[in-house]
Ligand binder design. Structure first.
Ligand SMILES: [Zn+2]
Length: 713
């Protein structure tokens, strides 16, 4: 059932090309422009700290740093709004996929902007421009023979008359036997699965066992690309040209790519049977949309197009020019899509550049446990912003400090508090505050003149000159923890300088010396606005306003005369404030409460015959009187109208209902339970109650108006 489309033409073309351009190297040390992408967040749920630490904060630091260096930057992102998970969620919530993606696009967009993630554009894949872009790429790729059309049998829900995407099928995992594994993955053991492997497959639409039915799809024969991918990933060589330095790639990224390639690349369907997504722009493609991992990376290109359009620029150099540095930021679960599948598409399309680096991060854990949206074990970005107003940089600082750059790392509220209080407040904030307050106090805010420098002063200024080089080197190597650590060393340098020189003591004996000290402290403070610009943008802006200085680019850093003598600095405020124990305890308690309770349902009791069941006489009754049973916390004495009679029943519901609120309540009453005395009151029957996992009780009552005395059977 294979039908190959022109793959030969495409191969002749690329092979021919490589002869002409053999051994020409591209110098990426001085790119003309940067295209920086951050993985498109899926518009199916809110963002949590793992997303921020893993993808968006590192990407933002890099983009801000390059802009600070006057580079031409396009920092693009957007919502990924297609795929089966969104249609499933819409179904579950009884709404439309559009409503779901609108909701989360808005929510996530606001979190990004409130946290200072400086995208040049935050686009969306449900936009017309994106749909048109993705469809055109697919069409051209199909014409170039990039795909193989193939018919195979796939699961089909006869009741809903539709093919079932991977996420629409659940069953038992063939690897670990867990129930509820999806058609593409078992969340229990993490195995990648295909729908046909599932034991007892069930459609999530109808709940029925699906049938197998033939359907055609367009496949990307990835195996045909193994050779060039290998040399591109391992050696940074593409068509005979050195295009990147593989030593700059993270070990785990190269490792993951090579293990995929060495394991043999298989074909993968680039289309799906689904009614939500970008329609496949070919004949005989009725009811088919583009695979979400074909669609989503093209979202970077459509976002760039929209941004260029809005800013009167040409988008093409950002994706086609060899002097553009393309960098994809993402988490480790998306590596293969950005280092294998998307590059295959870009290269096959022709005249597009491939990523210069894919600095994927590992995962962030939360309080020692894996972050999980489905288990609600997460700190959500929008909730943090509500709970810690004005503390965006405290979060950016804490997350950058523990960024999972080379291995998984752990966020704890205690560590967050310590970093804020012991580092931002006690070092950075303390130094700046002392400098500005003393300058106000001694000189009315006028920056004093320096006198002769001591050896210690010279040492400090040397260190001030040396630190920026370290920061830059680390940022360029995608080591943001280290880079921010060096920026923090500049604040430490200043803090220690004041602690060692003690101008507040010296002022009584050596006024001239204090002028020199305060001038140097002011210069360090001014340098901090540049050093931290990429990391803590809210803080640097506030600090610039306090000193009364303009935003300066990176070429000024290390300069010990950033602020002129005679310049008047403004009023100082505290840069950071402490986070107290109560705030942290509240967050820890919130997490504990968010945990889904694991319920151990009791085993089913032994089977009974129908005759046994008919022995139970259950009827609909109405509570007409109620009062508390004296000296019994849990008991209510109820008078129940059963239609047959009015009888007394003692019920253990007093901790859940007051006597007043149950009067008039319809109930199910077991009539023929042998009467028994409870706390001196004879109870003639039993009221049926349902219990939830917290031990709360609810009446089992008819949902329609059934007359008192009606039978329950
Ligand atoms: Zn499993």
């Amino acid at each position: 059932m294979f039908e190959k489309i022109n793959t030969n033409n495409f191969y002749k073309k690329t092979k021919g090309l490589s002869i002409f351009v053999l051994s020409k190297n591209i110098n990426m040390n001085n790119p003309k422009r940067y295209t920086i992408t951050a993985a498109l967040p899926y518009a199916n749920g809110p963002l949590h700290l793992g997303h921020l630490a893993g993808v968006y904060i590192p990407a933002d630091i890099y983009a801000r740093f390059m802009r600070l260096n006057n580079q031409d930057v396009a920092f693009v992102c957007g919502s990924d709004e297609h795929g089966a998970a969104i249609t499933l969620r819409a179904k579950k919530e009884n709404t439309t996929p559009q409503e779901i993606v609108d909701r989360y696009h808005e929510l996530n967009k606001n979190v990004f902007s409130d946290l200072g993630i400086s995208f040049d554009i935050f686009h969306r894949t449900s936009s017309d421009l994106h749909k048109e872009t993705a469809a055109n790429y697919f069409k051209e790729l199909a014409e170039k023979g990039a795909f193989t059309k193939k018919t195979s049998e796939q699961y089909y829900d006869e009741e809903y008359k539709q093919f079932l995407a991977d996420r629409y099928i659940t069953g038992d995992c063939p690897k670990c036997n867990a129930e509820g594994a999806y058609g593409d993955q078992c969340e229990k053991c993490g195995s990648d699965l295909s729908p046909l492997e599932l034991i007892n497959p069930k459609s999530t639409l109808s709940g029925k066992t699906p049938i197998l039915k033939e359907t055609s799809h367009w496949y990307l024969p990835m195996g045909e690309h193994e050779e060039w991918l290998k040399s591109w990933v391992k050696d940074g060589v593409l068509d005979g040209k050195k295009v990147h330095n593989p030593k700059e790639w993270k070990n785990q990224v190269v490792g993951q790519c090579m293990s995929w390639i060495d394991g043999g690349l298989h074909e993968r369907a680039m289309t799906r049977d689904l009614d939500w997504g970008v329609k496949v722009p070919l004949k005989d493609a009725e009811g088919k949309v583009l695979y979400v991992w074909f669609d989503a990376p093209l979202g970077y290109i459509s976002a760039t197009k929209q941004w260029a359009k809005d800013n009167d620029k040409d988008w093409e150099p950002y994706w086609k020019s060899e002097d553009t540095k393309l960098v994809h930021f993402l988490a480790k679960d998306n590596i293969v899509f950005h280092t294998i599948i998307f590059p295959i598409l870009l290269k096959t399309f022709g005249d597009h550049i491939l990523p210069n680096n894919v600095p994927a991060n590992e995962f962030l854990n939360l309080e020692g446990k894996k972050l999980s949206t489905s288990r609600n074990w997460a700190v959500w970005g929008h909730e943090y912003l509500e709970d810690f107003e004005g503390k965006q940089d405290a979060l950016r600082y804490a997350l950058t400090s523990i960024m999972p750059e080379s291995k998984d790392s752990d966020f704890t509220w205690e560590d967050f508090q310590a970093r804020n209080n012991n580092e931002l407040v006690a070092v950075f904030g303390n130094f700046v505050n002392r400098t500005l307050v003393l300058t106000q106090k001694y000189y009315d805010g006028i920056v004093p003149e320096r006198g002769e420098l001591t050896d210690f002063d010279k040492e400090v200024l040397e260190e001030l000159k040396a630190l920026p080089h370290k920061i830059k080197k680390s940022v360029e190597a995608y080591r943001f923890r280290e880079a921010m650590g060096e920026a923090m060393n500049m604040a430490r340098l200043g803090n220690k300088y004041l602690a060692d020189t003690e101008p507040w003591r010296l002022i009584k004996t050596d006024e001239k010396r204090v002028k020199t000290i305060m001038n140097i402290a002011t210069q360090i403070t001014a340098n901090l606005t540049i050093a931290f610009e990429a990391f803590l943008p809210f803080t640097t802006q506030k600090l610039r306003e306090m000193i009364g200085m303009d935003k300066l680019d990176w070429s000024f850093i290390g300069n010990d005369n950033l602020i002129e003598v005679g310049h008047k600095i403004g009023k100082s405020e505290l840069l950071f404030s402490k986070i107290d124990n109560a705030q942290i305890e509240a967050q820890v308690a919130k997490l504990a409460n968010s945990q889904e309770i694991e319920i151990d349902f009791p085993k089913q009791k032994d089977t009974i015959d129908f005759e046994d069941f008919t022995k139970l006489d259950i009827r609909v009754g109405e509570i007409i009187e109620a009062e508390k049973v004296k000296k019994a916390k849990k008991l209510l004495k109820l008078t129940v109208d059963t239609g047959l009679d009015k009888r007394i029943v003692v019920s253990g519901i007093a901790e859940h209902y007051t006597a007043e609120e149950v009067i008039g309540q319809k109930v199910s009453i077991l009539m023929n339970l042998a009467p028994r005395k409870i706390r001196g009151v004879e109870s003639q029957g039993m009221i049926l109650m349902a219990e939830n996992e917290k031990g709360e009780l609810a009446f089992v009552a008819p949902t329609k108006d059934i007359i008192t005395g009606g039978n329950v059977s």
